[in-house]
Design a protein around this ligand. Structure first.
Ligand code: SAM
Ligand code: SF4
Length: 473
């Protein structure tokens, strides 16, 4: 029987955003340096923060308070993740859309948008191009359309996993698509996806109504807010949340994101795997006055505060941001970035022209290729990681493992990141990047305790040198 979306399911869904409380917290919190130091001390021990504590951090205005906030976020990030940065690329499959989100280049009323949906063959060609650059992790992105049914999305995932170009393989496919019903999610889950990501866009209802017309599917705030609860009910326990920063007061959105994380953890025992905080970028046919901009200095605070609020959650900073901002903010708690990003549908095989907004959802800020981005990370002392070990070993909620087991990061995550970096360097990097990367690997090895485990890691590195691939601990 053909699949039909059952939207009645969001009736009775739980509205866990208490806007009155969030506004009141924001208006009553004052910068109290003693209390803020206590909160820093609590988060330094990797404890998630309460909404009240997050609101207290959001009140920080002083220079000293801000400097200490950044320092605490940096230290916590290092403590939790080491110096790995996970790399991925988005693959836009189609931009047909029945919705009319005012900020988006794919909205149905956008007249200049060139519409396209990749065929199965085109998906394979795109994946081949991505693999030939060294990508191992993708997020597939879709507009919302009856064309992009769960069966269609599932078939797209299958196509991606089927491609093997040279030593290449896509080892993890995440999804950013419209919220589904439980039956739909089950179809997609069966293909072995990683994270299912849904951005709430804004947690402020009135603002949500302003940018998402009521007569569209996306206009239903609760259908979206309940989207990941339904995903969990369908067996997807790896979820990504996000807010489109710039629609409403960024501080309210931070509290909204933290409320969402707390809700998922309380209801299902699993918090979100990732949080995204995309800032609005120019898009085709976007004629918007946005009264709530989030300045670069506010953005730094936003990232640092989220880092402290939800230590168990990966933080994604996308290529919407410029290289300058990414250079700075990456130190404040980010654990994943996309690199070598092309939003144009079919763009990985067609890199000859500059960005053309009518072919893309929005303007990309960081247009560096994967090679350049990897070199940048290495130069900054980060390990570019293509690791997918936890997911493939059936350890869902990879970040959960990192926290749940003492020493897990030192024992597994850092060495696995090094092994995937070594593969990348052998197969795809320029000589310059390869040299810099090998130096970094040698340096990182020095931090690993002598013994059988270290010998195993070194042995795996030797095997990679000799051509073996996909070695993991
Ligand atoms: N169509 C699906 C949906 O709306 O759930 C998939 C998401 S859409 C293709 C990916 C995300 O891009 C949106 O959730 C939104 O947060 C973000 N986005 C849309 N327009 C944007 C813009 N102008 N600048 C930055 N991000 C934007
Ligand atoms: Fe469509 Fe998603 Fe863009 Fe909204 S954000 S117009 S639903 S593609």
């Amino acid at each position: 029987m053909a699949y039909k979306l059952d939207r009645a399911l969001s009736k009775g869904a739980q509205d866990f955003i208490d806007a009155e409380k969030l506004h009141s917290l924001l208006s009553t919190s004052k910068e109290d340096s003693v209390h803020i130091k206590e909160i820093f001390a609590k988060s330094a021990e990797k404890n998630p923060l309460t909404l009240e504590e997050v609101a207290a951090l959001l009140s920080i205005k002083s220079e000293e308070g801000t400097a200490e906030l950044f320092e605490t976020a940096k230290t916590l990030k290092k403590k939790i993740y080491g110096n790995r940065i996970v790399l991925f690329a988005p693959l836009y499959i189609g931009n047909m859309c029945i919705n009319d989100c005012a900020y988006c280049g794919f909205k149905k009323s956008a007249k200049s948008t060139i519409r396209k949906t990749l065929t199965a063959e085109e998906i394979r060609q795109e994946v081949k191009a991505l693999q030939d650059e060294g990508q191992k992790r993708l997020i597939l992105v879709f507009g919302e359309s009856p064309l992009y049914s769960p069966d269609f999305i599932a078939a797209s995932v299958r196509e991606v996993y089927s491609v093997h170009s040279g030593n290449g393989a896509i080892r993890r496919v995440n999804i950013n698509a419209a919220p589904m019903d439980v039956a739909g999610y089950k179809i997609i889950k069966a293909e072995g996806i990683g994270t299912y990501q849904i951005f709430q866009e804004t947690y402020h209802r009135q603002t949500y109504s302003k940018y998402h017309p009521a007569n569209t599917v996306k206009g239903d705030f609760m259908w979206r807010l309940d989207g990941l609860d339904r995903a969990f009910e369908a067996g997807i326990d790896d979820m990504g949340i996000g807010a489109l920063i710039g629609l409403y007061d960024w501080r309210f959105e931070v509290l909204g994101l933290v409320s969402h994380a707390i809700h998922l953890k309380q209801k299902f025992g699993v918090g979100p795997h990732t949080i995204s905080f995309p800032r609005i970028q120019p898009a085709t046919d976007m004629n918007l006055e946005l009264p709530y901009t989030c300045s670069d200095s506010d953005f730094r605070k936003l990232v640092a505060i989220l880092r402290l609020a939800v230590p168990y959650t990966g933080m994604i900073m996308t290529a919407r941001e410029s290289p300058q901002i990414r250079n700075e903010v990456i130190h404040l708690g980010v654990s994943q970035i996309d690199a070598g990003t092309h939003l144009e549908i079919g763009g990985y095989n067609n890199k000859t022209h500059n960005q053309q907004l009518e072919r893309e959802q929005f303007q990309v800020g960081d247009t560096r290729g994967l090679e350049e981005a990897s070199k940048w990370l290495i130069d900054e002392g980060f390990i570019p990681s293509f690791c997918t070990s936890c997911y493939r070993a059936g350890r869902t909620g990879e970040h959960f493992m990192e926290f749940a087991e003492k020493g897990f990061i030192q024992k597994f995550c850092t060495p696995n990141a090094l092994l995937t970096l070594a593969e990348y360097l052998q197969d795809y990097a320029s000589e310059d990047t390869r040299q810099a990367g090998m130096k970094l690997i040698t340096k990182e090895l020095e931090n690993i305790e002598e013994g059988a485990w270290k010998e195993k890691i070194k042995d795996n590195l030797r095997k990679i040198n000799l051509g073996e691939r996909d070695l993991r601990l």
